[in-house]
Each structure stands twice: as C-alpha cells, then as structure tokens.
Write a protein that binds this ligand. Structure first.
Ligand SMILES: NC(=O)c1ccc[n+]([C@@H]2O[C@H](COP(=O)([O-])OP(=O)(O)OC[C@H]3O[C@@H](n4cnc5c(N)ncnc54)[C@H](OP(=O)(O)O)[C@@H]3O)[C@@H](O)[C@H]2O)c1
Length: 291
C-alpha cells in the first residue's frame, strides 16, 4: 500500500488521477482532513492501522509569501510534519519520497544547479523546506528520497498557468517578471516519474537504498515567468499582451531566486527518468484544461 499524504493538493491530486494507470499498486490517499502530518500520534495511528509499504509526501505549507507572517505554521508542517513521516517510515522500514523546492538555491550562480551545489535559502518557506529535507535525511538514513522541484503547475489547485488564463481573459495586458529564470514542472510528469521509479524498485531493477538522497526534477528547458506567460497565451491563441517587468517592480513579501534552473542529469542517468520539455507539457496541460 502506498500512502499519499497531502492528497488534496495539486501534486497529490495528480497521483490520485495517475493511480488508475498503475492497477498493480494500491494506494491510500490522505488529505489534510484525514491526516495532519504534524500530528505525531495521528501519523503513528495511520501506520499502525494500514499496511503501508511506501509513503509519498505531497503535504506542505506552500504559501510562500504568507509564510513570512506565519513562520511557526510553516515550520510545523514543513519541518515537524516531515520529521514525523520520516520517523514513522524509518520505524516501519519503508521508503519515503518527499518533495522540496528550487528556492533552497538563492545565489548569483548562472549554470543549472546540481544536487551538490551550495544552498542559501531566503525566506521562511525556503528555509523550512530545507530544514525539512535535513530533518528527514537525518531521521531516515535509508530509502529517503528528496526530490527538489520548481514552478509546479497542473490542471488542479492554484498555479501560475490557471492564474494567467484567468487574468488573460479579463485584461488586455499583463506585466510579468522576466528576471527570474527557472523551469516549469508539469505535476503529472513528476507524479509519473515517481510511480515509474517505485515500479522499478518493486521489479528489483533499482535497489531501494539507491533512492537515498537529494534529486532534481523539473521539465526540460529554461524560461522566465514572462516566457512562460507568453507561451500560455500563444498556445491558447489569446490576444492578451505580456509586458516584461523586473522583480523590483513586482515586490513580494518573500524573495524569489533570480535563477533556479535545476540540473536533472542525476535522476535521468541513475534512475532512467525521461523528462519532456516544458513547452510540450504545457500544451498537454492546456489541452487537459479544455475538457
Ligand atoms: N507549487 C510549486 O510551485 C512548488 C514548487 C517547488 C516545490 N514544491 C513542492 O512540491 C510539493 C507539492 O506542492 P503542491 O503544489 O502540490 O502544493 P499544494 O497544492 O499547496 O498542496 C499541499 C497540500 O498539503 C496539504 N497540507 C497542508 N498542511 C498539511 C498537514 N499538516 N497535514 C497534511 N496535509 C497538509 C494541503 O492541504 P490544505 O489545502 O487542506 O491545507 C494541500 O492539499 C510540496 O512539497 C511543495 O513544497 C511546489
């Protein structure tokens, strides 16, 4: 049985949808109402009452700007909650797949970050996500996979693509920052990669111990938020014009890294993951949103 926590979020919902394509795997989907990962006793009960063989943690405090005024709440979920899951998985001797963020990198580097590059998180969200990674890796020294991803979007929940579609239908012109560079990640691509990795472990193609550590996953390619918005309107054939603006003209409570492109060589070469280009995946998402 694969436990998916935070199942009501966008990545969680992608796992739920994709689970139909993996009939040999059985799942328990626990939203925040069914399992509060920060409640240690509740996590223990979940593991006691179900025969859990894998845990995929999609639960997180993801309100990047709000976290600046709610540091305790962000820490409770992103650090304490993750530690609770890591402890329960370690006690049960099962792997945990956990997601972190490109925001742990915040420097002047201008080549894609590898998993070994120095991190320098700025802001509460980024710092708590990094603390959560560290806590998990220290608590669960085997089979603990931390996947750092970036700019996640899908047909579920709130995300940049849905916001652009809404605003682009309401306004003739939108200002979007062009000096933050990264790579969008279509959440169903990430969910598929994870289930394929689990499948490879279950088929003994990859030893479970091999998963331990930090991995990068985003789609291929590079974009600014401006490029991303421009592509959305171009593919959808919407007349909305996009003006490139600088980050300083769009101040937010939490700082975003100016460049956070992830190098995915490790996950591609060591786990055989195939990654589509972000534009190709964006086309699929926009098609899915049409139905
Ligand atoms: N979204 C991005 O652009 C992005 C970028 C890089 C990395 N990531 C990482 O990717 C992962 C998935 O992100 P996402 O976009 O799917 O986030 P999301 O849509 O915000 O989903 C997070 C889910 O966690 C749940 N949750 C919050 N507190 C919880 C708790 N104490 N116990 C159990 N569940 C709880 C939320 O439930 P409620 O809504 O009911 O509170 C929500 O359903 C996260 O680890 C995130 O940090 C995301």
């Amino acid at each position: 049985m694969i436990l998916v926590t935070g199942a009501g979020g966008q990545l969680g919902q992608c796992f739920r949808k994709l689970s139909a394509d993996f009939p040999e795997m059985s799942f328990i989907f626990a939203g925040s109402g069914e399992l509060d990962i920060a409640d240690h006793a509740a996590v223990k009960r979940m593991f006691k009452h179900h025969s859990i063989r894998w845990c995929i943690n999609c639960a997180a405090y993801t309100a990047v700007d709000k976290a600046e005024s709610e540091p305790e709440q962000a820490k409770r979920i992103n650090v304490t909650g993750v530690k609770n899951l890591a402890r329960a998985c370690a006690a049960a001797g099962i792997p945990l797949i956990h997601f972190s963020t490109d925001y742990v990198y915040h420097s002047n580097q201008n080549r894609p970050f590898t998993e070994d590059d120095a991190f320098s998180p700025k802001g509460v969200y980024a710092r708590t996500k990094l603390q959560g990674e560290r806590a998990a890796l220290n608590t669960h020294p085997f089979g603990l996979m931390v996947i750092r991803t970036s700019w996640v979007y899908s047909e579920f929940g709130h995300n940049f693509v849905k916001t652009m579609l809404r605003l682009g239908a309401e306004r003739p012109v939108l200002n979007v920052v062009f000096d933050q560079i990264g790579t969008p990640t279509y959440a169903p691509d990430l969910a598929l990669a994870v289930l394929q990795i689990i499948d490879k472990v279950q088929c003994a193609e990859i030893p479970v111990e091999h998963l331990t550590g930090v991995w990068h996953y985003s789609n291929e390619g590079v974009a600014s938020w401006y490029d991303f918005a421009q592509a959305i309107f171009e593919i959808r054939n919407m007349p909305c014009r996009v003006f490139p603006i600088e980050t300083e003209d769009y101040p937010t409570p939490a700082q975003r890294p100016p460049f956070s492109v992830l190098n995915k060589l490790k996950i591609k070469t060591q786990l055989g993951v195939e990654i589509p280009h972000w534009r190709e995946s964006l086309i699929r998402c926009l098609k899915a949103l049409e139905v």
